[in-house]
Unconditional design. Structure first.
Length: 162
């Protein structure tokens, strides 16, 4: 009986040790998707264009666009591309670094960090978007962006309220 108890304990410890060591294996396949770290390179900084913050958004976008890429999402009721480009040029923005994307959805919130898509990437450079059904799924922004950028969207079972 004592031999059986020792054997079971030894098998349990061995199994736990193997599981632990396998979990420490950090080798990922090219198809393994992960959330990028804060220190990973960023392709573009995103803004929602709005008339509510007519001064600050163009100023910020213009300053950032001098060295980095910007993506500005806008609804036609807020502005058109000519108006936006004129204002960005007024603040010395580099319009070559600014990508304007027209939205079908008029957003009540302008703070993209609250409802914007979460990106997942892999070593092959593929991108997927995660939709957390922000604000009770009232905002279809992630699905619209996925369609416009030809990126797959994964619907999360977790709902984020912003």
């Amino acid at each position: 009986m004592k031999f059986l108890t020792v054997t079971i304990k030894l098998l349990t410890v061995t199994t736990l040790l193997i599981c632990f060591l396998n979990s420490c294996n950090n080798q990922q396949t090219k198809n393994h998707f992960y959330y990028p770290a804060d220190f990973d390179p960023v392709y573009s900084t995103w803004f929602i264009w709005t008339n509510e913050f007519y001064e600050i958004i163009p100023k910020l976008a213009s300053i950032i666009s001098r060295n980095d890429k910007i993506t500005l999402f806008f609804h036609e009721s807020e502005a058109d591309t000519i108006q936006i480009n004129n204002l960005l040029e007024k603040y010395n923005g580099n319009t070559k670094n600014i990508n304007l994307i027209k939205l079908n959805t008029k957003l009540a919130s302008k703070w993209i960090r609250d409802f914007g898509p979460v990106y997942m990437i892999n070593a092959a450079g593929d991108i997927k978007l995660i939709d957390f059904g922000h604000f009770g799924k009232r905002i279809g922004f992630t699905k619209e962006i996925g369609a416009k950028m030809n990126l797959p969207v994964i619907q999360s079972l977790v709902n984020s309220s912003g």
